[in-house]
Design a protein around this ligand. Structure first.
Ligand SMILES: [Cu+2]
Length: 156
């Protein structure tokens, strides 16, 4: 026969497990910025670091902002000397790693801003993960400080 005590312990354990499966405390997003572009350019690149200090992989499935029509995940690659960008439907962040969107590699591609994007502006971006969790972060518009290989020209 079960003692009342073991039932209580059991409930308590379930509560703890549910809590630890919540990624909120083990995900940190830092260094979010958007590269300032001339006002006529309606496609901009954004960068950030996502630190996953949990012991399970995270899958980033979408990004959105009230300031932009849409946001895609892209990777820049050089093929036969030509820089190309390819859309990625999802981004997987392995357990205990930091995933960087950075110039020349993975980046957010932000389309059709509704307001001018000048240096110093803060842009709210919402990230959604596969488990339904969302994060809202601020990305600062900054001038590029390096002449890296990222191109704003698209062949979509
Ligand atoms: Cu791109």
């Amino acid at each position: 026969m079960k003692s009342p005590n073991s039932t209580i312990t059991c409930f308590f354990l379930i509560f703890l497990l549910t809590n630890s499966a919540f990624a909120g405390e083990s995900v940190h997003i830092q260094n979010a910025w958007i590269r300032e572009a001339p006002p006529t350019i309606k496609v901009m690149a954004g960068y950030l670091d996502i630190e996953n200090s949990s012991d399970r992989a995270l899958t980033l499935v979408s990004a959105e902002s009230p300031e932009f029509e849409r946001i895609e995940f892209h990777i820049s690659q050089v093929e036969n000397g030509v820089a190309r960008m390819q859309q990625q439907k999802r981004i997987i962040i392995d357990p205990n790693t930091t995933f960087s969107f950075e110039p020349g590699g993975y980046h957010l591609m932000l389309f059709n801003n509704s307001t001018p994007m000048r240096e110093g502006k803060n842009v709210s971006i919402k990230l959604t993960f596969k488990d339904g969790e969302t994060y809202v972060l601020d990305a600062k518009v900054k001038k590029s400080n390096s002449n890296d290989s990222h191109h704003h020209d698209h062949n979509h």
